[in-house]
Design a protein around this ligand. Structure first.
Ligand code: ZN
Length: 172
């Protein structure tokens, strides 16, 4: 179950995802909050910009929060992510001792299959996981991104074939 406060924080994670959308990154946003409800960090996916998979929103948000608190232990913190974290991010969330994970949409392709992944005994075992917050909004943003991508590919394809046709005409 989740509270009104959880939804407000998820809204902010979604705002981060929207920023990623503007930058033509896969729109995923993350937010870290301490147990007093103070926002420690916000981040959005920068995998394309950083040209590295460590640019996931969760990784960047965790880095910022650790820097702010000057510790890798985020015991009393919660993370909000607009999309179900991948295996790498779930591992990092657990290793960072984060107490609760709230996410929006389930990621069928890259999601970590949370229940299975939580079996790693070395990692934090009592991580509270709540999914499905603002799920529709999260999916809408992702859908927009992939629609734009398809449109862009179509335009590029048409442009290529136009150039090819033009080239042929010039030859004949
Ligand atoms: Zn990830």
């Amino acid at each position: 179950m989740y509270t009104k406060e959880n939804l407000i924080f998820m809204d902010q994670a979604l705002n981060q995802a929207k920023l990623a959308l503007k930058k033509e990154e896969v729109p995923v946003g993350a937010l870290i909050v301490d147990n007093m409800g103070n926002i420690l960090s916000k981040a959005y996916n920068k995998t394309e910009k950083n040209k590295c998979q460590t640019g996931h929103a969760e990784v960047l948000a965790i880095q910022k929060a650790c820097k702010k608190l000057k510790t890798w232990r985020l015991d009393n913190c919660s993370i909000y992510v607009s999309l179900e974290p991948c295996l790498m991010c779930l591992g990092l969330i657990q290793l960072s001792r984060i107490k609760a994970l709230y996410f929006g949409a389930v990621s069928k392709e890259f999601g970590s299959g949370l229940q299975e992944a939580l079996k790693h005994k070395l990692y934090k075992k009592d991580l509270l996981i709540v999914g499905g917050l603002k799920e529709t909004e999260s999916i809408d943003i992702l859908r927009k991104f992939f629609m734009n991508l398809r449109k862009l590919r179509k335009v590029n394809c048409e442009r290529k074939s136009r150039i090819l046709r033009k080239g042929k005409k010039e030859i004949t």
